[in-house]
Design a protein around this ligand. Structure first.
Ligand code: DC
Length: 212
């Protein structure tokens, strides 16, 4: 079973994806980490994030086994990840790894922006997770504060909006729901309620398949 979970930044899709993967005993890939790793490699080498040649070379060389997740979540990397993600050659270089991961037995949950549209268009279940920008900003602030990082909600809101805009307006695999994605708005749901809603959708799709 392949489950594709897409949505904008801080929509809760990562937490949801991890819980769903553990509930069904599936592998989980946070595809955003791949773009973050490319961004970090380019910045660490002293180049701007929009340097196509260096970003493409970095994408071809990343090793997900060696990812340091907390370093990849740093603010400068976050912003740059959305810039490298708009480069078609970078997306192309990361495609095989994601498709191979999705095909792992007994199945996988992948979360990102283009999983249901580009990476795994034949996924068994596709969720598109959203929440209002205000709620997403508040969640991100709480998450940062939990890690001891000071954060201003208005600054975070501006960052999220800028990133959403770039991720949805780019030409290459923009953030958008697949036509057959199930929308899950978590604005008024906590993580437990969002998880129950997601499982209800997955079960409904599975039951429908068996009947059909
Ligand atoms: O999910 P995230 O915030 O960690 O993702 C970081 C950036 O990577 C995000 O701004 C857009 C990009 N991204 C993408 O373009 N496609 C994906 N499948 C996942 C992330």
């Amino acid at each position: 079973m392949i489950i594709a979970i897409d949505g904008p930044a801080a929509s809760g899709k990562g937490t949801l994806a991890r819980r769903i993967a553990s509930h069904y005993g599936l592998h989980h890939l946070d595809t955003g980490l791949l773009y973050r790793a490319v961004a970090k490699a380019v910045l660490d080498a002293g180049y701007p994030a929009d340097n196509v040649a260096h970003a493409t070379a970095a994408a071809a060389a990343i090793d997900p086994e060696k990812f340091d997740e907390s370093a990849l979540k740093a603010e400068a990397v976050t912003e740059a990840s959305s810039v490298v993600a708009a480069i078609p050659q970078v997306r192309q270089a990361l495609l095989d790894y994601q498709r191979t991961f999705a095909a792992r037995a007994p199945g996988a949950v992948l979360d990102g922006r283009d999983v249901g549209t580009v990476i795994a268009p034949a996924a068994d279940v596709k969720l598109f997770v959203t929440a209002s920008a205000q709620v997403r900003a508040a969640r991100r602030v709480a998450e940062l504060q939990g890690r001891g990082v000071e954060a201003d909600e208005q600054d975070i809101l501006a960052d999220l909006s800028r990133r959403d805009e770039r991720d949805s307006q780019r030409e290459a695999a923009p953030l958008k729901p697949a036509p057959d994605a199930h929308l899950l708005d978590t604005t008024h749901l906590d993580i437990d309620a969002a998880f129950r809603a997601a499982v209800a959708i997955i079960e409904a799709v599975r039951t429908g398949r068996k009947r059909g």
